[in-house]
Every structure is written in structure tokens, then in C-alpha cells.
Design a protein around this ligand. Structure first.
Ligand SMILES: C[S@@+](CC[C@H](N)C(=O)[O-])C[C@H]1O[C@@H](n2cnc3c(N)ncnc32)[C@H](O)[C@@H]1O
Length: 389
């Protein structure tokens, strides 16, 4: 989906009364009903578990800034930059929590920014955040950001990296060459092309951004092939390796297909450049059902919520999601920022640590906030300093 064209994110402003639900059946049927009522929408953890999920992020941010920055600097001025603010729900929850728990000096010095590529979402955010007049709205892609903010910053991405465009590359074992793939529109329908009359054409890999992303995210090994840690050590990524082996055995085209997070890498580079004193918090999918062949292949979700392959993508509005390769993201952050700590937790561990999860427990004891979205992780960076001891 082109994010600038329209918001399929559902407007859900009322929290779900979790404590009144009987258990998993009622929770999942309620979610299914919400999807059915709004076929071209999706619900993120921020939306479904509001305000508790947002409060957990606000609490984690409080810990990060108190541990990582000089208090004298913080009480003068610090910033939260939320990239891809959707409906404005996360900003609303974080600012509510800050007012109540950050203490006046820290709260008064906080400047909240939302950088949002879709003008329609910006409109929604303005309406949703009327009670927080100090929020700054930046109606632009984060890639176009050009103002340096030298004070301490926390930059948040909740389900944004998975939506950014990726580049498809292919490794040919016979020629020992990487190829970058481009789409060429063909005048007539052709059996060797996809259903949109588009053909994939291959060129030897030369694009500098693709190459630097593959290197900085440790996707390429020193001998130019797919790096071993990608499939051996880190779950769930070895599943891609297995799938790739099966595909290569069964397919007439025995190449290895890989989707490279080039735009995510450009975004990180932009953030590092313009927010020199920044820490990051990223929440996203680490794995998605494999509908298309290849490492980190995308899935396409349409109104029915069914996952389909990119080759069969419908021509109507749809959402294209890529799983985020967290170990690679961590390596890229290490290279660009070199923070003391990069924490990568499953979302459930993060929420057990930072959320007040009794509010999302149903009568049976089942807690959707801790049990749903098992394929998501949260990464955050921090430094330990002695400033505030
Ligand atoms: C899946 S929604 C997530 C919204 C919200 N963070 C949440 O978790 O509910 C992705 C958001 O990122 C925005 N977005 C996508 N690409 C962007 C870019 N390059 N710069 C800024 N925002 C972007 C979309 O318009 C949308 O608001």
C-alpha cells in the first residue's frame, strides 16, 4: 500500500473492556468482528490494547531517558519523535502517562513530534490530540527530515519498518552472482510474468544502498553469500533457510531470493544524522506466514485479512508487510550509534516488564495483551551513565 494515499488503520478510540470478556473465544471473536466491520483496516497492538500498551512504552521511555541522559540536560529540553503515528493513539497514551508519572520538570521539558507521511493520518492525529496542544505534526516522510535536534531524543517506530519498501535481490549459485530485481511493465499478458503484466528483470547487483544495507545488517557474509547467523543461530530466521532449501530443490529456478530492508536502512541513517543524541524504540513483526518465496518475503493482506503472496497482490487497496530481521537491525544500530545496550525482547517479555497487565486480563485468566501478537519483538537502546546517581 502507498502509505501517503490513505489510512486503512481503523479509528478505534474506545478501549476494549478486557476484564468483562469471558476468555480467548470472546476476545478473538470481538477482534474478528472489528475486522469484518472495517474490511480495509487493521488493528495494531497500540490500538487494541490502548491505553495499557502505550503506557508500557511511556514507562520504558522514562527508564531509558533517566538512565541514558544527564538530568540537567533533560529538564532543559528533550524530545520524543514518533515516526508513523497512525491514529495518534500512541502519542495520546504516552502524553497522558507523562503528565501523571514523569514529574513536572521532565514533563514540561518534553517536546513531542509526530512525523507522518499520510496527510489523512495527520488530520486524524490533530483531532485525536486536541487535548495535547504542544504536539508538533510534521506532514512528511521521515526520509525528508532536515532539521538537526541536538537535545536528547527518543525515536519510536511502532509497526512502521515492516511497511517500508524493500528491494528484492537474487543469488545465483551457478554464476556466483547477486542480482538486483526491477519491475518492468509488459504491454501484454505473458505467462512468464506476474498477474499485473509486470516482469521481473535482473541486473548484476550494483545499487550502493542495497549493498550497504546488506553489509550493515550482516546479511552478506565475507565471501559475498548469505551470512551464516541468518539461518543457523537466530530463531525464527532459520525457518527461512529451511524454506529456501526446499524451494531450491523443488523449483526450476534454484536461486536464493532475499528482500533487503533498504528504506529502513536509509531511515536509520537519516535519524542518526539529524538526531545525534538519540535512542531508539522499535516494535514490529519478527516473522510472518510465508506466502511468497524468499528470505524476509512480504505478505499481502487485503480486506478479508487473508495473507497472500506478492505475486498475487490484489489491485485494490492492500497492506504489504515484511518481517523485520531484528539481529540485523541490531547490528546496523550498533554500527551507526554504538550504544551501551541494545535490548531485543519478545513483546510479551517487554509487556510483563513494563505494563500494568492486570487491566487486560479476561475473566478466565487469559491475557490477550501478553498472548496475542506472539510474532512481534521490541528493540530499545540505552546507555548507563552515572549522571543521575
Ligand atoms: C501500520 S501503521 C502504524 C501506526 C501506529 N504506529 C500504530 O502502531 O498503530 C504505519 C504508519 O507509518 C506511516 N508511515 C509509513 N511510511 C512512513 C514514512 N516514510 N515516514 C513517516 N511515516 C510513515 C503510515 O502512514 C502509518 O501511519
Amino acid at each position: 500500500m502507498d502509505a501517503s494515499k490513505g489510512p486503512p488503520l481503523k479509528e478505534t478510540t474506545s478501549p476494549i473492556p478486557f476484564q468483562e470478556l469471558s476468555g480467548p473465544e470472546q476476545y478473538y471473536s470481538l477482534v474478528a468482528q472489528r475486522y469484518a466491520n472495517h474490511p480495509n483496516s487493521w488493528s495494531t497492538p497500540v490500538e487494541l490494547f490502548q491505553p495499557w500498551y502505550g503506557y508500557a512504552i511511556a514507562r520504558c521511555i522514562q527508564h531509558i531517558v533517566e538512565q541514558s541522559f544527564d538530568r540537567q540536560q533533560l529538564v532543559k529540553e528533550w524530545h520524543i519523535i514518533e515516526v508513523g503515528g497512525g491514529n495518534g493513539t500512541l502519542a495520546h497514551c504516552i502524553l497522558q502517562y507523562a503528565k501523571q508519572y514523569y514529574g513536572a520538570p521532565l514533563c514540561n521539558a518534553l517536546k513531542y513530534h509526530i512525523v507522518e507521511v499520510s496527510p489523512l493520518f495527520v488530520e486524524r492525529q490533530r483531532k485525536r490530540l486536541l487535548s495535547h496542544p504542544s504536539v508538533s505534526f510534521h506532514s512528511m516522510s521521515i526520509l525528508d527530515w532536515s532539521e538537526t535536534i541536538s537535545s536528547p531524543c527518543i525515536v519510536i517506530f511502532c509497526e512502521v519498518l515492516d511497511n517500508l519498501p524493500h528491494d528484492r535481490v537474487e543469488w545465483d549459485d551457478e554464476t556466483k552472482t547477486w542480482y538486483e530485481c526491477r519491475i518492468r511493465e509488459t504491454p501484454e499478458k505473458n505467462t512468464s510474468t506476474d498477474n499485473n503484466n509486470n516482469a521481473i528483470v535482473h541486473f548484476p547487483l550494483q545499487d550502493k544502498w542495497i549493498i550497504s544495507t546488506m553489509q550493515d545488517w550482516n546479511i552478506l557474509s565475507e565471501n559475498g553469500q548469505i551470512a551464516a547467523p541468518l539461518h543457523i543461530f537466530s530463531t525464527p530466521y532459520w525457518l527461512y533457510y529451511l524454506q529456501n532449501m526446499v524451494d531450491r530443490l523443488l523449483s526450476s529456478n534454484p536461486c536464493t531470493v532475499l528482500y533487503v530492508p533498504t528504506v529502513a536502512h536509509q531511515v536509520l541513517t537519516t535519524i542518526r544524522r539529524y538526531f545525534p543524541q538519540s535512542h531508539l524504540l522499535v516494535a514490529d513483526f519478527d516473522f510472518l506466514p510465508q506466502a511468497t518465496r524468499g528470505f524476509f518475503a512480504p505478505v499481502v493482506q487485503n480486506g478479508t485479512k487473508a495473507f497472500s503472496s506478492i505475486e498475487e497482490a490484489p489491485k485494490t487497496t492492500c497492506d504489504i508487510l515484511f518481517p523485520v530481521y531484528f539481529p540485523g537491525l541490531s547490528r546496523a544500530i550498533q554500527r551507526l550509534w554504538n550504544p551501551n545496550y541494545i535490548q531485543i525482547w519478545k513483546q510479551s517479555k517487554f509487556l510483563k516488564t513494563y505494563a500494568d497487565s492486570k487491566h487486560t486480563r479476561t475473566k478466565s485468566g487469559f491475557n490477550p495483551m501478553l498472548s496475542d501478537f506472539t510474532n512481534t519483538r521490541i528493540l530499545f537502546t540505552r546507555n548507563y551513565t552515572n549522571h543521575n546517581k
